[in-house]
Write a protein that binds this ligand. Structure first.
Ligand code: SF4
Length: 298
């Protein structure tokens, strides 16, 4: 059955109106860069928060909170200066899921060196995605960014190949995965409206692939947006193209709000009476038996 785009659009707007509220930011890793005003801090903190944004919200926050508390009021300056406080920060780093303590030390040492060596002011890293004429070119741009970090990490370790944890952290430049964490980073950096920062000006919001985490993959299936069973970088662009039909200039507008359905409403992508009857997407969701009363307002 073809999707009723008008109905879907109106339900997505309802979802946006509900979650476009600062109180919901704590449920997302974007809460970390939101604590800073300087674009240099926002960019550096965003990269760290996005790269470690895998696993559940609780474990991501449990790992990142002490990191940003220790990096002080300006993580950018702390990394750039690499003084005594940074060295004790390195010593106290913990393991995080696939990253050993050593992996995390190598990553932060590398980030500090790159930040220290980068001459230009904000934005620090947009150019790492761009081609020789300043163009952003889909997967090529992601590969360019990842290759840069692969090389920089190797400079720190002096070893080849990278450990599993470091390779996972930055992602493989040659992989055809959806590159969800880097897409999320670009969403934060490029989109100008809530909750994102709009720091990058050369890359446009309609060029970024949709950040496809596991829940979004299930959600777009049950909304009838795709019937694909596996998700790679190609699908991330296809889903972005779908949302271009609803928001031609800003196809990632609803990403933050859609992810709240899993994180806050505890959607399991299957019919659960208690959850689904209160869901704003109920009328457009394929797993809901028809004939259920519309959502109660208020
Ligand atoms: S109606 Fe239920 S299954 Fe469908 S999106 Fe909402 S919570 Fe998820």
């Amino acid at each position: 059955m073809p999707i009723d785009l008008e109905l879907l659009h109106s339900k997505l707007e309802d979802l946006k109106n509900k979650y476009q509220n600062l109180t919901y930011l704590d449920t997302d890793p974007i809460c970390f860069p939101k604590q800073y005003k300087d674009p240099l801090d926002i960019e550096v903190v965003s990269l760290i928060a996005c790269l470690y944004a895998y696993g559940n919200v609780k474990s991501i926050q449990g790992f990142l909170k002490p990191i940003f508390a220790t990096l002080g009021p300006s993580p950018y300056q702390t990394l750039k200066e690499s003084g005594n406080s940074f060295h004790s920060f390195l010593k106290d780093l913990n393991v995080y899921r696939f990253q050993t303590k050593k992996d995390n030390q190598v990553f932060f040492q590398t980030l500090a060196r790159v930040v220290g060596e980068t001459k230009q002011k904000s934005p620090l890293m947009e150019s790492l995605f761009l081609g020789p004429n300043g163009e952003f070119k889909d997967t090529v741009s992601f590969q360019k960014f990842q290759s840069f970090w692969e090389e920089e990490l190797k400079k720190t370790t002096g070893k080849k190949p990278l450990s599993y944890g470091l390779q996972f952290l930055i992602g493989k430049s040659t992989s055809k995965s959806p590159k969800k964490r880097l897409s999320l980073f670009l969403r934060w950096m490029v989109r100008t409206s809530y909750p994102d920062f709009g720091i990058y000006k050369k890359i446009k919001p309609n060029q970024i692939p949709f950040p496809l985490d596991v829940h979004i993959q299930k959600l777009i299936q049950i909304l009838g947006i795709t019937n694909r069973k596996s998700f790679g970088s190609k699908e991330a662009y296809l889903i972005k193209d779908f949302f271009l039909k609803i928001k031609p200039d800003d196809p990632l507008l609803y990403d933050f709000y859609l992810t709240r359905v899993g994180i806050i409403e505890k959607c399991k992508a299957e019919y659960q009476k208690r959850v689904c009857e209160n869901c704003y997407l109920k009328e457009v969701c394929l797993v809901v038996p028809r004939g259920i009363e519309p959502r109660l307002q208020g």
